[in-house]
Design a protein around this ligand. Structure first.
Ligand code: DGJ
Length: 724
């Protein structure tokens, strides 16, 4: 297990407990040999090696980091321009290095190890002798996870300047497989997380973001699956990019049915000048293999991202139940109104009150004040500290909203520093939501934001921050960069953001950070490294949320998926759903409320009290258990999922029916992931008493469902293994 090297035939076998990844050096090129279920290591593995047909050159060779210009006509992984304007480079193998654990990536978020023996890292060194371009390919393999983490470090060891025009994180050639499909998450604002699946034919299937953020439209993730792959069966190869800006991911099928899958920084509108002696580190791609369908892939991502990507005090702590005032008041509130919501929250058992947008500058609507992070005394006459302390006195923690990457043209900050936003001289500054984007490539801008936030964190008892970002980047240019570096702006923006987030989260470790970008516009692994939870979508309608949360859970752990009960008629779609249904959907994620608690009837308050109590009992399992998706909202009227503890002894099942069905058939719900040998005591949320049923029976015959004849019906079961 680990990285096995056969130097004689240039073979590198990266082997974990259930997975193998094989590379061979052929004529100096790193060739991709295999990725999939674990292969036993044999001294002579020559039969595995792929031989390129005589005379076919590089175009038929499956490669690990392909170049363009010398006979491979598929998409390259990188491209470098020399001072003379030529773009031909040829990377040849120079050597390798194996280290224990996993190195950190300078300035970038990355998966990590806590103990050295959790993983091993292979560095393959390649060099273009003519230009001096050196590329180190990094591969980390974990002992007990079906994961390969890849990235590349490109260095200029030559005499002349180089200009990178493309530098992807990973490229994998799947040779001769005509049965493949590409699956990814697509969407828009308020309808994120749609699972999209397409057969791969000769040609390209590509997703990307040019918006400067990972985007609502496409998540930085794609999976290669076979036609037969389902939730619980078949192979899935996941590619997830630990990055929060412009990315591209896709598959290109050549004339012979081979698919080249690649992921990394978007090469569109990107260039990076690499002076002599400089290096460029790509973000990393987390590649997951599953032989147990999409469910297996998701569970591998969940465990890895929850425990080896997220960091800080809250990584392992149960997350507080919050109430947020956004949909309760929007911009229209004063201190007493806020405290009245918190007061009601205290009675209901809620643990954290979050003051959303509108507390600073003169922000009565979304057209002003971003950048002026000073409390608005018209709304909060005794200041922010006073409100926070009043909330604390009620027994709730206090949380605060910021949108630190933005500047309103109508702000003190803009009047003082009109060049602090991203812009291009002589061009218009496109306002989206009446705001511009701060130039985070500039240190003085980041320092100003750091100081503004730190001043508040040092005086007000802030226990939680919602870090919002409500527009994408346009006119991407920086007044602080020279002409030859303008095309670096988008990536430098993200690096600047990461630098600030590192600083602020390290200096205020007691604060729980939640990221947000008009909901799920930047729900990505890069942000999770700094902030262990994300506001999943601005759409809080429970029916819409079934799909949004289900889709998001393909990659992201449930602990990260912010899910709130909101008022009816729902503010986004106008739908009226029962409070119980809304609660069950939200309790399937990182739970909270986003409405005016003071407007509840007594009966509703009793329901909410029960929900809060229940969530306190189940949140350990929901946030840290293994998720099995049982019925997909994308496929019909019913949805279901379950959470199970690692020892398989505790289970929680939720099921949902959107529309009532007339004269319905008998229905049962087949569970998954149970121990077939165990007996489980089953308790139904319907109050139907308890029964003891075998794990095998529950998975094969299922749990009988007694759905009521009504729209928006939901319910739960709790199962506990019975000790014999
Ligand atoms: C967008 C967020 O997604 C909302 O939850 C809310 O915080 C608003 N911004 C505030 O402007």
């Amino acid at each position: 297990m680990g990285i096995i090297v056969n130097e004689q035939n240039g073979l590198f076998h990266l082997q974990s407990s259930e997975m193998s990844y094989l590379i061979q050096i052929v004529n100096g090129y790193p060739v991709h040999v295999y990725w999939g279920a674990r292969l036993k290591h044999r001294e002579s593995m020559n039969d595995l090696l792929i031989h390129s047909p005589e005379g076919a050159g590089l175009d038929r060779l499956p490669q690990e980091y392909p170049q363009y210009g010398s006979g491979d006509f598929r998409n390259p992984a990188y491209q470098a321009e020399l001072e003379d304007g030529t773009r031909i480079t040829e990377l040849k193998y120079e050597g390798f290095r194996i280290t224990k654990g996993k190195p950190a990536l300078s300035g970038l978020p990355a998966v990590y190890t806590e103990e050295e023996n959790e993983a091993e890292t292979l560095e393959l060194e390649l060099k273009d002798a003519y230009s001096g371009l050196k590329v180190v390919l990094l591969y980390t393999i974990f002992a007990d996870r079906n994961v390969v983490v890849r990235s590349a470090r490109l260095s200029n060891e030559g005499e002349q300047k180089l200009r990178l025009r493309r530098a992807l994180s990973a490229s994998v050639d799947f040779t001769g497989r005509s049965d493949l499909e590409l699956l990814y998450l697509s969407g828009a604002w308020s309808r994120e997380g749609n699972i999209t699946r397409r057969p791969l034919l000769q040609g390209e299937t590509r997703i990307d973001s040019k918006r400067g953020m990972s985007s609502h439209q496409f998540n930085p993730f794609a999976a290669l699956v076979t036609k037969e792959t389902t939730e619980n069966h078949g192979e899935a190869f996941g590619f997830s990019l630990v990055y929060s800006g412009n990315f591209e991911a896709g598959a290109e099928v050549d004339a012979f049915g081979s698919a080249r899958v690649s992921i990394g920084l978007n090469a569109f509108d990107f260039a990076w000048q690499l002076d002599r002696g400089e290096s460029f580190q790509t973000p990393e791609a987390v590649m997951v293999y599953s032989g147990e369908g999409l469910g297996g892939m998701s569970r591998t991502y969940h465990r890895l991202y929850r425990t080896r990507l997220c960091r800080g005090q809250y990584r392992d702590e149960e997350r507080p139940i919050l109430v947020n005032n956004w949909e309760a008041t929007y911009f229209n509130f004063n201190a007493d109104k806020l405290v009245s919501i918190a007061e009601e929250g205290a009675k209901l058992g809620i643990e954290l009150f979050v003051l959303d947008d509108g507390w600073f500058g003169k922000r009565d609507s979304d057209n002003s004040s971003l950048g002026d992070w000073v409390e608005d005394r018209r709304k909060l006459p005794d200041g922010l500290k006073d409100v926070a302390e009043r909330v604390n006195k009620l027994g709730l923690k206090f949380g605060l909203w910021f949108e630190p990457e933005m500047i309103s043209p109508d702000s003190e900050l803009y009047r003082k520093h009109p060049d602090w936003c991203l812009h291009v001289p002589g061009r218009r500054r496109s306002e989206l939501r009446w705001q511009l984007v701060l130039d985070y490539t500039r240190k003085e801008v980041r320092d100003y934001i750091y100081d503004s936030l730190a001043a508040i964190f040092s005086t007000v008892p802030v226990a939680y921050v919602k870090w919002d970002m409500n527009r994408c980047l346009t006119e991407i240019g920086s007044a602080a960069l020279p002409p030859e570096r303008q095309a670096e702006t988008a990536h430098r923006y993200v690096l600047g953001l990461y630098e600030l987030l590192e600083r602020i989260t390290a200096d205020f470790p007691h604060i729980l950070f939640e990221s947000c970008s008009s909901g799920g516009g930047r729900f990505d692994p890069g942000m999770l490294y700094y902030m262990p939870q994300t506001w999943t979508s601005d759409d809080t309608d429970a029916v819409e949320r079934l799909k949004i949360q289900y889709g998001t859970s393909l990659v992201y752990p449930v602990s990260a998926i912010g899910a709130h009960v909101s008022a009816v008629p729902n503010h986004q779609v106008g739908r009226i759903t029962p409070l119980e249904f809304r609660g069950d959907v939200a309790m399937s994620g990182n739970f909270g409320y986003e409405l005016d608690l003071t407007k509840f009837t007594d009966e509703e308050k009793e329901i909410v009290k029960r929900q809060v109590q229940t969530y306190k009992q189940i949140r350990g399992l929901v946030q840290k258990g293994d998720l099995y998706r049982l019925k997909s909202p994308f496929e019909g009227n019913e949805s279901a999922w379950m959470f199970i503890s690692e020892d398989k002894e505790e289970v929680l099942v939720y099921y949902f029916q959107v529309m009532a069905v007339p004269h319905p058939p008998l229905r049962s719900l087949r569970l998954a992931g149970l121990d077939p040998e165990l007996e489980y005591e089953v308790e139904s949320g319907e109050g139907g008493g308890k029964s003891v049923l075998g794990g095998d029976r529950l998975m094969q015959l299922g749990l009988p469902l007694n759905l009521k004849q009504k729209d928006y019906e939901s319910g739960w079961f709790r199962l506990k293994a019975v000790k014999s």
